[in-house]
Structure formats: structure tokens, C-alpha cells
Design a binder for this molecule. Structure first.
Ligand SMILES: [Mg+2]
Length: 340
């Protein structure tokens, strides 16, 4: 199929995704969507921009991957507040030469994520781009109870993360490696590249944690532990101490790091895009939260350190208790800046 994707065709593709859904009075097709949040719930709003050759490359990200991830990163922000993602607006600009099947594949990726996370597409826009793909997603969600924020961590709180860290950065390193290394098993390769291309935001975990009580702050790990923990410290006005040997790193990440002669722990602390949750909780609540979360969702919660007085700053310690300098955050490729 080689049709060029005219704007009219793109709008048809988007409209096909429309379906009746709770809370949607008017969906795609009018000037605005008309939405009706549940009585007494709070509305959460977030937006994110993905730009070709800043956040992804067409060389290794298919249109379906791009569609999936563009919504996933927004869903992760709603997860970080303990909310429920609900309604999305999808704006896509791509060069005139993009084919209809590529545009359809993009929306198929958006729709696959939306279906799995119970998100309804209620609007969007398309445009020609002079160079490269540009995707902007706006996502609305709701929260029945007070959303978890970054500014309420306390001194002495345990710092914990869901899942494991570094897989997405290992995947990116592998996708970018030229020539690709040949001595990595197919399972490890698939594990880390899937983590990068098709992240699975922790909405069930976020909602369970918000309802469980005892969590004092939460954020999603979009820019890496170092940067995102820095946000929590800054917003809460306190410091943190992380014990690096407790940071969970998957064996697949170690395998890729060995093959590429890179540092798995650096990917875990500074790599970004894992879309795991970072939370703080009262020390007495940690065991209950870890056991309850594992039972309810199958996801592991690992304690990696504790919040400290502001004067101590943010410190990363090795197994011997020595301070290790950690590069904060990460930059996408050469020109890009990490997302907030
Ligand atoms: Mg976030």
C-alpha cells in the first residue's frame, strides 16, 4: 500500500478508534470532546511531546511502537499520581510522504495501549511536518482519593521502586549500537528492547499504592532514578541516601552491559524511560506495602534508601558506604533534552 496519508484519511483513521464510553458525552467529530468526570473525583491532566530523532528514531521504532509509547508515557504520569487514565487527545504531524499504512500502524499502536489500559481516544489533530514525526498526546485521568504528589516525602521515609531499573536504557543502547552485537541471547535482546519501545506503565500498582495508605510521595521514573529522585528531594525540601547495591537490576541488563562493555548500574540510575514508580513511605509501612503490592499485582517493590535532612543532599553509596558520583538525568541522543 503506497497511498500518501492525506489529512482527511488520517482523520478517518482516528474516527474509527472512537467508541461509546462512560463519561464521554461527545467524542471525536465535534469542535470539542464533552466529558463528564465521576461526581466527587479529581481530574488529572498531563501532556507529552515525542519528536523524531530526539525521542525515537524511525530506523528502529516502527509507527506502531511510536503510537504505543506516545500514549504510554502519559499513562505513566497518571499512574504516578495513583490515578486512573481515561481520555486522550492525539496530535500527529508527519512528513507528506508518510503512507496511509504507516499512519494506520501508528494509530493501531495508540489503540493497543488504550485498549489495554482502558483509555478512550476523544480527539486529536493532524498536520504535515516539514521534517520528521512529531507526536503530542494529552491525557486526562481521574482520582477518587487525594493524588500522590512529589512534595510530601519526609525525613526518615523509605525510598522504594517498583520492578527493576535500566532495561529501557539497555534497550536503547542496543538499538543504537552499530554494528549490533551478536553475542546477546534473543531473550535478553527482546526483554530490553521491548522495555524501551513498548513500556508498560504501572497504573494498577499506582492505584493500589495510593489506596493502601502509608505512601508519602510518588513519581514515575521517566528521566532516571537520579533525576526523578532529585525532583522528589527538591519538591519536598529534603535530601536522600541511596544504597546502590539495593537498586534492582535485571540479569538481562547485566548481560547487555557486558556485551556492549557498558555499566548496568549507570543505566539503572541515570538511564531513564523505565516508567517504573518511585515512592517514599513510612518505614513501618514498607513490608505491608511490598507484600500487598506483590499479592495484588505481582510486582516487586524494592527499598533502595531513605530520605534524609536537606543538609545531607542527595547521596549514592556503594557497598562499602563510599559516596559514588552519579550522573543526573540523561539526554536523548545529541539534540534532545529529557522530558519533565
Ligand atoms: Mg512523570
Amino acid at each position: 500500500m503506497t497511498d500518501l496519508a492525506t489529512e482527511r484519511r488520517l482523520i478517518e483513521i482516528i474516527r474509527r478508534a472512537a467508541r461509546p464510553a462512560p463519561g464521554v458525552r461527545v467524542g471525536i467529530g465535534d469542535d470539542c470532546a464533552v466529558l463528564e468526570p465521576d461526581v466527587g473525583s479529581l481530574l488529572l491532566a498531563t501532556t507529552d511531546l515525542l519528536i523524531e530523532d530526539v525521542h525515537f528514531r524511525r530506523r528502529w521504532a516502527t509507527p506502531t511502537d511510536i503510537g504505543w509509547k506516545s500514549l504510554a508515557v502519559n499513562v505513566s504520569d497518571i499512574a504516578a499520581m495513583g490515578g486512573r487514565p481515561r481520555w486522550a487527545l492525539i496530535a500527529l504531524a508527519c512528513p507528506e510522504a508518510v503512507r496511509v499504512d504507516e499512519a494506520e500502524a501508528f494509530y493501531a499502536g495508540v489503540q493497543a495501549l488504550a485498549t489495554e489500559y482502558d483509555v478512550v481516544i476523544v480527539g486529536g489533530d493532524t498536520s504535515a511536518s516539514p521534517r520528521g514525526w512529531i507526536v503530542n498526546v494529552t491525557l486526562l485521568g481521574d482520582a477518587a482519593q487525594a493524588p500522590l504528589v512529589r512534595s510530601t516525602a519526609g525525613v526518615g521515609d523509605v525510598i522504594a521502586v517498583t520492578g527493576s531499573l535500566g532495561r529501557a536504557a539497555a534497550g536503547l543502547a542496543l538499538l543504537e549500537a552499530t554494528p549490533p552485537p551478536t553475542d546477546i541471547g534473543a531473550d535478553a535482546r527482546a526483554d530490553v528492547t521491548t522495555a524501551h519501545l513498548r513500556p508498560r506503565p504501572r497504573t494498577r500498582e499506582g492505584r493500589w499504592l495510593a489506596a493502601a495508605g502509608g505512601v508519602t510521595s510518588m513519581i514515575d521514573l521517566s528521566d532516571g532514578l537520579a533525576t526523578d529522585l532529585g525532583h522528589v528531594c527538591e519538591e519536598s525540601g529534603i535530601g536522600a541516601r541511596v544504597e546502590l547495591e539495593r537498586v534492582p537490576v535485571a540479569s538481562t541488563v547485566d548481560a547487555v552491559a557486558r556485551a556492549l562493555d557498558r555499566d548496568a548500574l549507570a543505566w539503572a540510575t541515570s538511564g531513564g524511560e523505565d516508567y517504573e514508580l518511585l515512592l517514599t513511605c513510612k518505614p513501618a509501612a514498607f513490608e505491608r506495602l511490598a507484600e500487598g503490592l506483590a499479592r495484588a499485582t505481582g510486582t516487586r517493590l524494592s527499598a533502595v534508601g531513605e530520605m534524609t535532612a536537606a543538609a545531607e543532599g542527595v547521596r549514592y553509596l556503594d557497598a562499602g558506604g563510599r559516596v559514588v558520583p552519579i550522573r543526573p538525568g540523561f539526554e536523548h541522543f545529541v539534540t534532545g533534552r529529557a522530558r519533565a
